[in-house]
Design a binder for this molecule. Sequence first.
Ligand code: PGA
Ligand code: ZN
Length: 432
Amino acid sequence: MPLIERIHALEILDSRGNPTLEVDVIADDGSFGRAAVPSGASTGHAEALELRDGDDSRYHGKGVLQAVSNVNETLYEVLAGVEVTDQILIDRMLLEVDGTENKSQLGANALLGVSLAAAKCGADACELPLFRYLGGAHAALLPVPLLNVINGGAHADNDLDVQEFMLAPAGFDTFREALRAGTECFHALKTLLVDKGLSTGVGDEGGFAPQVSNAKETLDLLMAAIEAAGFRPGEQVYVALDVAAGEVGAPDGPPYRLPGEGLDNATSEQLIDWYAELTESYPLVSIEDGLGDEDWNGWKQLTDALGTKVQLVGDDLFVTNTERIRRGLSEGIANAVLIKPNQIGTLTETMAAIDLARSSGYGVMISHRSGETSDTTIADLAVASGCGQIKAGSASRGERVAKYNRLLWIEEELGETAAFAGVSAFRQAVEH
Ligand code: PGA
Ligand code: ZN
């Protein structure tokens, strides 16, 4: 098998114009892999460390030249000559060289760039598409795309407290048709917003960021858009939320501040009652980060109250970390896990988080970050893992649609062996 010959990182820009890393891995047979690292805005406090220079004379302190040099010098020296297909060993070596719990020595961004680029180089060496290399001969399940069509919270300048309102076009036979439906609803939504004199400028994840006042008004707009596009809400197209509650309260939990919802100073119980109401009134299949990163007691109550009715996804709660997921499993907290490779730092740890969640009957959703690049690794990861769900933003902004377009190509390549996850993707979590 080919050996790693060269590793080279470069400071590039992400979709918000902030610096990030892109890494090349080249093997001695000429195989090549390139990967870029995303970056969050509403980050969980327990995420692995994203190393930034803090030099105010460059990019307001957000440069990543130190992480780049950690790749080009330290990590290159360690990994030169290692078999490029030996992903577990490569990732283990990355962890050993860093040597810290939260990747603060070299930076999770440095580690992830190398880890993903090595995987892509390994796929190239095997002359396989990435999803096949990572997922094997049986990887053929296309995920339901969750399109974040209305942006609020930390991703937009409007007054909406809830960060993401997503369309989940699950009631279709193929990914292609599901994406078309979601996109047509997005366009219908634009027309509705224009008719109401509301802004159609988009937020960080490509969704609209209109000055609507609260979640019910927004969900009513989504229902109207689905119908205007000619689809049936709750049968073909569903809705999902990411509340990112850790952003509207302390990470520890209450009080939660959602003034637009009339919940200025809310307890966990009040939020849970509100979610119960929303779940009764709308075809809501998934609520992410309904409570804060460390509000484990509140999460337990939330799961007891709604865990058999709706998918409850832990993002900032679990941060793609098997230790935190294990705690959730043992305490019966949440019923699904959001997966973001840069929350943990290596591909092997990411796969371990997916495997742990799936083998325990939890739902799994692969996710982009609000700061993205044109890198499409997460699309392949969704098919490789067969997890059935991906959120990669709206049907706008190049760095968002790049992931959906990659899934269209994977479906095309798979031909008649391709399957689409459909509504069963959301059932796993509530029925487990
Ligand atoms: P982030 O947001 O990438 O800004 O963290 C995405 C999310 O909260 O799911
Ligand atoms: Zn989230």
